[in-house]
Ligand binder design. Structure first.
Ligand SMILES: Cc1cc2nc3c(=O)[nH]c(=O)nc-3n(C[C@H](O)[C@H](O)[C@H](O)COP(=O)(O)O)c2cc1C
Length: 183
């Protein structure tokens, strides 16, 4: 099978995940790794893995557009985000991303994990005021002692376990498709 992984990354988290998954693709498949900045031509590939970081509950803009425009591919979505993937916000991010995929494509699967939040973003968060965002959202984000522990621990991602898990799921889905195609 011909597999392309295309990713974008501001601070390196998504790049780490995408490269880790790419390196672990089984040797029988033809593969290519692209940075979205290079405007890759994906027409030749059967499977496309999209590596994205979450920007306000969606994949960042260029990836959002690329996912929406893609037709007739087997698609795997792999993302990184600053908050808990298993929170309501995380589930909404996944739903938003899945919702971008055209009906002509088949979603083989998805994976989303934490990615260290950039210090500059945390500094912006520190300037936020409850009156602008509501008390509840403010409490979730503000840099108090509890949240600093969360930001620090979540900031240890993307880690090797994330990469292994994402890669195992991706490779399993690719192997499944290859086996079904060979019937
Ligand atoms: C402008 C901006 C918006 C973001 N929006 C969200 C968000 O809505 N939810 C979230 O969980 N993380 C958000 N993040 C955090 C990033 O998605 C996260 O740190 C990601 O791992 C960054 O990936 P990268 O290192 O590949 O750039 C945002 C980061 C930036 C810079």
């Amino acid at each position: 099978m011909k597999i392309a992984i295309v990713y974008g990354s501001l601070t390196g988290n998504t790049e780490r995940l995408a490269k880790g998954v790419f390196d672990r693709i089984a040797p029988e498949h033809e593969k290519a790794l692209f940075n979205i900045k290079d405007n890759p031509d994906l027409s030749d590939y059967d499977v496309v893995g999209f590596g994205f970081w979450v920007d306000r509950s969606f994949p960042f803009k260029a990836m959002k557009e690329l996912i929406s425009e893609t037709r007739n591919k087997e698609v795997f979505l792999m993302g990184t985000m600053g908050y808990f993937p298993d929170s309501d916000h995380g589930q909404a991010c996944i739903k938003n991303t899945v919702g971008l995929v055209d009906k002509s494509c088949n979603i083989m699967g998805y994976f989303i994990c934490n990615g260290k939040v950039d210090m500059r973003l945390l500094e912006r968060i520190a300037q936020m005021k409850p009156k602008n965002m509501g008390e509840e959202v403010f409490k979730k984000h503000m840099l108090d002692e509890k949240n600093l522990i969360k930001y620090k621990m979540l900031g240890e991602h993307v880690n090797d376990t994330d990469i292994e898990y994402c890669s195992a799921r991706f490779n399993e889905r690719v192997a499944m498709k290859a086996a079904i195609d060979s019937l």
